[in-house]
Design a protein around this ligand. Sequence first.
Ligand code: SF4
Ligand code: SF4
Length: 445
Amino acid sequence: MAGSGDLARRIRRAGVVGAGGAGFPTYVKASSPAETVIVNAAECEPLLQKDQEILAHFAPDVIGGLELLMEATGAAKGVIGIKKKHGELVEHLSRALKGKPALSLKLLEDYYPAGDEFCLVYEVTGRLVPQGGIPIQAGVVVNNVETLYNIARAEKTPVVDTFLTVTGAVKSPCTLRLPVGVSIAEAVALAGGPKAKDCVALDGGAMMGKVVSDLSQPLTKTSGGLILLPKEHPLIRRKNAGRASFDRAGKSTCDQCSLCTELCPRYLLGYDVQPHKVMRGLLFSTADRKSWSQWALLCCECKLCSLFSCPESLNPGDICVFAKGDLSREKVSWKNSPLNRNRPPRAHPIRPWRKVPVSQLKARLGLADYEADAPLKEEAYAPKCVRIPLKQHVGVPARPVVAVGQDVRRGDVIGDVAEAELGVPVHASIDGRVSRIEDFIEIQA
Ligand code: SF4
Ligand code: SF4
């Protein structure tokens, strides 16, 4: 039986971080007492399917990781939140959960962003995370599917591979398991290569992902999906437009209709997020803008308001992200914001009728034509070279503990952090020789 300290130590040494988003070190979550552990299998970024593929092929590992985390946190309940539309997978998981009374499935509707942690906590437990808080304050720990898979395997294998869906303008959309540090270009080649000229990759999904033009960039532990699209695709042009253009268009065109707020998933849960007020702030001087910008502090950056809600095709979600950055530089946070009146959130009664179906979102994004199955390709891939970033997670970057010319084996620690620091080690993902050390460690096979 693993105590919370044992599991936390083990998954820290194995380098387990949230395998999506910013990569929060998982050992911190394993050290917090909780009532419920939720597996986030909502996967609502259009076209991405890696969580479905991991669950279809490795359900016992994911369930094993869930049970370990429940034991470490003392949680009495474990719940897998998955969309009802995945009928076969739901049946597969129901069979795998038979005889495990503490574990259950929560079937979710197909809306975006069902996988937002605060939405998921509310759907599963009926509780709302306090304003400015985190799920553990509602007694809940949330982890994604791949993170739990990595927890289950941590005793034997550190995190040296990453799962990702490669889809969009590629010849054979698929899900891959690749060594960390392989380039995006290699992943695209393994998916049959581009089927259009001048493509760029959306790393992390259409909604929350970022545009990557340099395909020599390496995959990290948090890579979950690449959508290849022609540079001229409207979604790419929109994402590439930049702050000055977002500000200019927002100032001149926003008519304060407030639809961005009316459909905002955090606003509908009762949080003090109002993107139309952040947009209003664009009309003020930098000093006066600050009070309007604070309506962005609790934004989860889902970008629904930018890419779906605004009838003028403005970018309130992006403006909110910039506003949060400005406020953080001025040391303004929810804690010291005048908006924070310790008001508990209360879900809006109209919320059930304001959920945005993923099918509509896909059409709005111009991605409906790229809809395709992306099955897991099981063949192992042996790269000639990998570049493993020293910072792949929230916290301090790992410091190299190897030297150029040193031979390493897959799984060896090549970068580490001190015990007292927030962070995790990074490991060699292939056997080979260290050939370069910068803010990454390059290994030649
Ligand atoms: S939906 Fe668009 S036009 Fe309406 S308030 Fe929001 S940003 Fe302005
Ligand atoms: S990105 Fe827009 S819709 Fe999403 S939470 Fe932020 S303000 Fe709300």
